[in-house]
Design a protein around this ligand. Structure first.
Ligand code: ADP
Ligand code: ZN
Length: 621
């Protein structure tokens, strides 16, 4: 194993302002700095960028970073500039003159890092430029884009295999947050990384708290969640349809939440403006379809909410992974209900795809449903899905408030008999509401019209309320003991395996429906230590003043606020209250460049100075 290079440690501290490496970063850096190839699998927020940024600064020449998204390159380069690193990008957003200038600087040895879009790199002109430069390394970010079976496939990525042939002595590093073994193998083969050392980090994200609750009124539940736990903070809300995106965003705005809608139906320029608002502003809630998110590396997203069921565990994990990249506490919050299950099954059944695809989709849906209904630790369940083991986490809803289980065999039999009796009495089937009305002995118009107050199951279920019956039904549908006929008004039918339960040979353990009030404020008084302590009132005021100062700087430099300094750094400053540059040194994220550029102002803000006192903005820059 290579030893940690003291130079790497020095750069980490001086340039990036971090006291130590995380996870396997130090090993990756040493391996690459020593000229080796690497394949790095780390979860989102694991800290992949430093793995190639630091070796690029250590080695002679320019580090070439291949990245699939323009927005991603721009943000990374902006953040590097803030840290005083000589980095630029080449992509289609630059004018001819701007590209020329970047190329000239690269040739003059004035760059340490150059970000390039793959299609740009692979042109004759791009390769000719590389031929002329001393190269420190190649970093291929989002390497899963070479996978033809993945949903982020980029044909240009396939061409990157040429780098191995053309520049055999330049070390290459491929990085991804996509976990599965098949994708990993595909990356190795397509990018010719057979000799590369593999660095595989745990996919656990301990600062994310997973919560999945039953849907009753999703928009109201969402609003309450945001108002009570994340007022004024950045977050992402995922919805299934464009319509639901727009309606949800409007509902939030009407209730005073700063929300922006995003889906593929908006024109490209409009999408970009919406995305920028989310990235650059401080506390915007992005309401989006899954078209949004790839390449978003905003570190201070405090929550990701799903108001519709995602299609797979992979999708859910990737989407929730966008929360809390800065390591501070964040929430992955979801509500789901019977309608979600029915809707997703219908989408699969009605899709034009072939049988194999439908079978896979159906298995994936079952896996995500398993996560929703599990009574065990959600994190364990997730990690197990990715082939990792662990212990119950203490930071998910099931750990914090273990859900009760109960023997639901009798209830299930009542419900299934009721479906059967109503069907026998009328010659056709009925939907959920009607069956539950019959069970609970409700003399609704429809019940009386059909004469169902006379079936033997009428009123045998008064011991459970409506929500409890829905919970039972949802679990039966999930287990395919009851099926929903999508073509005919979503009527309920008995599944093939229902016999065993009706005959009493199979017992069912069900998850207890959550009482509605308990879904609120969960976890605030649980005794689970938050990742950082919340601030006392006077410090909170300093923190807010620092945020305001940061907003002004970001505006002035036209960069996202987080590239100036992270929330975590501002919190640490508000905690320590440094009154000199000496004391400010050593705050996480405050490297030499930032200390020199902003140190004086920060100390003044901590000392109570307002933006006007700083004669701000303008004169200091
Ligand atoms: P990834 O690309 O793996 O999703 P990033 O490279 O964007 O993750 O890093 C996620 C966040 O963690 C960034 O804000 C980065 O500055 C921070 N970070 C990375 N490494 C360290 C470290 N060793 N110490 C403190 N913060 C770090
Ligand atoms: Zn847990």
């Amino acid at each position: 194993m290579p030893e940690t290079d003291p130079r790497a440690q020095q750069i980490l501290q001086d340039v990036f302002g971090y006291p130590g490496f995380r996870g396997q970063q130090a090993d990756v850096v040493a391996h690459l700095a020593g000229g080796g190839d690497a394949l790095v699998l780390m979860p989102t927020g694991g800290g992949k960028s430093l793995c190639y940024q630091i070796p690029s600064l250590m080695r002679h020449g320019v580090g070439i970073v291949v990245s699939p998204l323009i927005a991603l390159m721009q943000d990374q380069v902006a953040a590097l500039h803030e840290a005083g690193v000589r980095a630029e990008f080449l992509n289609s957003s630059l004018s001819w003159a701007q590209s020329q200038s970047v190329e000239r600087r690269a040739r003059a040895g004035e760059l340490d890092l150059l970000y390039m879009a793959p299609e740009r790199l692979l042109t004759e002109r791009g390769l000719a430029l590389l031929d002329e430069l001393p190269l420190a390394l190649f970093a291929i970010d989002e390497a899963h884009c070479v996978s033809q079976w993945g949903h982020d496939f980029r044909p240009d990525y396939i061409g990157l295999a040429r780098l191995a042939e053309r520049y055999p002595t330049v070390p290459r590093i491929a990085l991804t947050a996509t976990a599965d073994a098949a994708t990993r193998q595909e990356i190795i083969e397509r990018l010719q990384l057979q000799q590369a050392r593999q660095f595989v980090e745990s996919f656990d994200r301990p600062n994310i708290r997973y919560r999945i609750a039953e849907k009753d009124n999703p928009r109201r539940q969402l609003l309450r969640f945001i108002e009570e736990e994340h007022a004024g903070q950045a977050g992402i809300v995922y919805c299934l349809s464009r319509k639901s995106v727009e309606e949800t965003a409007k509902m939030l705005c009407d209730n005073g939440v700063e929300a922006v809608a995003y889906h593929a139906g908006f024109a490209a320029a409009d999408r970009e403006a919406r995305q920028n608002r989310f990235i650059e502003d401080d506390g915007v809630v992005m309401v989006a379809t899954i078209a949004f998110g790839m390449g978003i590396d905003k570190p201070d997203v405090r929550f990701v909410a799903h108001v519709d069921l995602p299609k797979s565990v992979e999708g859910y994990y990737q989407e929730t992974g966008r929360a809390g990249r800065d390591g501070l506490p964040a929430d992955a919050w979801m509500v789901y209900g019977l309608a979600d299950v029915v809707q997703q099954r219908r989408l699969i059944e009605q899709s034009e795809a072939d049988d194999a695809y439908r079978r896979i989709s159906s298995t994936k849906l079952d896996a995500i449903l398993g996560l929703c209904e599990t009574v065990q630790c959600r994190r364990l369940h997730l990690l197990d899905y990715f082939g990792e083991q662990g212990v119950p986490c203490g930071n998910c809803d099931n750990c914090i408030e273990p859900p009760a289980q109960w023997d639901g065999t009798d209830a299930a039999r009542k419900l299934m008999s009721c479906i059967f009796r109503c069907e026998s009495a009328s010659g056709f089937s009925f939907g959920a509401q009607h069956i539950i009305d019959v069970l609970r002995g409700q003399q609704t118009e429809k019940v009386l019209q059909r004469g169902h107050e006379r079936v033997s199951t009428f009123g045998i279920g008064t011991d459970l309320d409506e929500a409890q019956w829905r919970s039972v039904l949802r679990q039966l549908v999930m287990m395919r003991l009851v099926t929903v006929d999508h073509v005919n008004w979503n009527v309920l039918k008995l599944g093939p395996d229902s016999r065993e339960v009706l005959a009493g040979t199979r017992r069912l353990n069900l998850r207890q429906a959550q009482p509605r009030v308990a879904a609120r404020r969960r976890g605030r008084s649980t005794g689970v230590a938050p990742v950082v302590a919340s601030l006392a009132a006077p410090n909170e005021a300093v923190f807010q003043a620092l945020r305001e100062w940061r907003r002004a700087i970001a505006h002035e430099h036209k960069v996202p606020a987080y590239t100036v300094l992270h929330d975590a750094s501002l919190r640490e400053i508000a905690q320590r209250l440094p009154d000199s540059l000496m004391q400010l040194r050593g705050v996480t994220g405050v490297g030499a460049a930032k200390l020199e550029r902003y140190g004086k102002q920060i100390v003044q803000v901590v000392g109570g100075a307002t933006l006007e006192d700083l004669d701000f903005p303008g004169s200091t820059f």
